[in-house]
Design a protein around this ligand. Structure first.
Ligand code: IPE
Ligand code: IPE
Ligand code: MG
Length: 246
């Protein structure tokens, strides 16, 4: 049954797929609430939705997927929810590493990783090391990530180079700045998907999103599946990306 859509649906144009899809996985809490379940059950279900999307991107030939898993602002949630999420990330990483190797996924984490629990940092390091030579999809997980924090981090690194005399201020251009962001190894997202109807960026990839096409769906993240992704790609292929030109 789930094999039906394994190949790229015939109405989509292989040559006009986004190279990089970014996703704000929102609505886990509301999904759980609607079912009368605790919020954490929504997060658990959200992992399955992410696994499904990763596999789908891989199957359909998309080169990069970036998922927003935890923002710098999400520390402000109840302690138990934050703890649950950190433990969930760690468990999922341990559990899915073999599968990612089999599917040739290269995983990386972006964000202020040093403030994550030590044991999670270790699993992150391990998963990045083990998958770094894989040649399939580049899968980036934004964890303790904030767009403003990332820009400040880059600005500080560049300022230090100037201060040490390795760089002149007029050598700082967009390309150099981009190389100092966490996402230096991937192109900017072509398509941003946000679930659960919220029309905001919530501090996600602020610099990189300059010309991303935005697709917002009312579907809650745990319900986001191949059919929904197909709809997002169809909408994307109907867009006229002008990049400021006529
Ligand atoms: C997104 O779902 C997951 C994270 C931010 C970790 P939410 O937990 O924000 O779900 P809602 O928005 O409360 O429904
Ligand atoms: C954005 O969702 C962060 C992640 C999906 C990890 P939030 O639920 O935290 O965003 P706001 O609070 O609605 O802006
Ligand atoms: Mg939310």
């Amino acid at each position: 049954m789930p094999t039906i859509l394994q190949e790229l649906p015939s109405d989509l144009d292989q040559d006009r797929l986004p190279r990089h899809v970014a996703v704000i996985m929102d609505g886990n809490g509301r999904w759980a609430k609607r079912k009368g379940l605790p919020r954490i059950m929504g997060h658990r279900q959200g992992v399955d939705a992410l696994k499904g999307l990763l596999r789908c991107c891989n199957d359909w030939g998309i080169q990069a997927l970036t998922a927003y898993a935890f923002s710098t602002e999400n520390w402000g949630r109840p302690h138990e929810e934050v703890d649950f999420l950190m433990t969930l990330f760690e468990r999922v990483l341990v559990r899915e590493l073999q599968e990612m190797m089999k599917e040739n996924v290269r995983i990386q984490f972006v964000g202020n990783l040093a403030d994550l629990p030590r044991s999670l940092q270790e699993q992150i390091e391990r998963s990045m090391q083990e998958t770094k030579n894989n040649r399939g999809i580049q899968f980036t997980v934004a964890t303790n990530y904030g767009g403003r924090q990332e820009i400040l981090h880059a600005a500080r690194a560049i300022a230090t180079q100037v201060q040490q005399g390795h760089l002149q201020p007029d050598e700082i251009d967009e390309a150099l700045f981009s190389r100092h962001l966490y996402t230096a190894n991937v192109c900017d997202p072509d398509l941003l998907i946000r679930t659960s109807g919220e029309m905001r960026l919530s501090n996600f990839l602020l610099w990189q999103m300059a010309y991303a096409e935005l697709y917002i769906t009312d579907a809650l993240w745990p319900d986001f599946d191949r059919v929904q992704f197909h709809q997002a790609l169809s909408a994307y292929q109907q867009r006229d990306r002008r990049f400021g030109k006529v």
